[in-house]
Design a protein around this ligand. Structure first.
Ligand SMILES: *Cc1c(COP(=O)(O)O)cnc(C)c1O
Length: 230
């Protein structure tokens, strides 16, 4: 399978899931997660029409952004955990940040955002189901962090992101996603800039779309399995 074929398959799956729940496929953004994959693979996806890419590692992501710097039509999302000493690179190079989980990082990203760039689009990461994961905040802490972000002029609060604990069954996947959908709608009533619910990966994208996801982050189904040992 080529990346082009994989992309068409993923888009078909998104369209099917959207149609099943009477949503418009246009309301769901496909983020191609290219972490660990070479620039040639990204180029293949670009040639097939893909424009939005997600990266997990700061250095690797910045190198790819710089490699494609003449492509002003690409949109780059940082979706990995971020140490505060690397926040400047994210703020200087990326368009979106999906994993906000504390005020300190928000403040740094805000202060470090270059003046000639549009405000950084920010999603707050919610730890919805995984007790063992240290990433993301509990829903109880959302109001306070959202308020802080909304007051920072170089950040735009766009919504929520989550990586639930893996579940094989569709109904179990939906349990976590429905909680997210509820929190997202609640947040939207308070902040007019909120329009993005980032949830759904290769193995749970249908359930996520059925529960209101507006952005799915897909790696394996587009680029194949990742190798970390190379
Ligand atoms: C790697 C990763 C993905 C992509 O996962 P796949 O199962 O390969 O589609 C999505 N979101 C985040 C945050 C990731 O780290």
């Amino acid at each position: 399978m080529t990346i082009q074929n994989n992309l068409s398959d993923v888009i078909a799956r998104i369209n099917l899931a959207a149609t099943e729940c009477h949503r418009s496929p246009q309301d769901i953004t496909l983020l191609a997660v290219s972490k660990t994959k070479p620039c040639e693979a990204i180029l293949e996806a670009i040639d097939a029409g893909q424009r939005q890419f997600g990266e997990n590692y700061v250095q690797e992501g910045v190198e790819k952004i710089q490699f494609f710097s003449d492509r002003t039509d690409l949109i780059w999302h940082f979706i990995g955990p971020l140490q505060s000493n690397k926040s400047r690179l994210v703020s200087e190079h990326f368009d979106w940040f999906h994993t906000l989980d504390r005020e300190k990082i928000a403040q740094r990203l805000n202060d470090q955002r270059p003046n000639d760039k549009a405000p950084l689009n920010v999603l707050i990461q919610i730890n919805i189901s995984d007790e063992n994961s240290k990433s993301g905040i509990k829903l109880e802490a959302l109001d306070s962090l959202a308020k802080q972000v909304s007051l920072m002029p170089n950040l735009v609060l766009r919504g929520l992101m989550t990586i639930p604990a893996p579940e094989a069954e569709y109904e179990r996947q939906c349990d976590a996603f429905r909680k997210m959908e509820h929190a997202f709608k609640q947040l939207q009533t308070n902040y007019p800039t909120v329009d993005t619910l980032s949830m759904g990966m290769t193995d749970d994208m249908s359930a996520a779309i059925h529960c209101g996801s507006t952005l799915v982050r897909i790696g394996t189904a587009i680029f194949g399995a990742r190798q970390y040992d190379q």
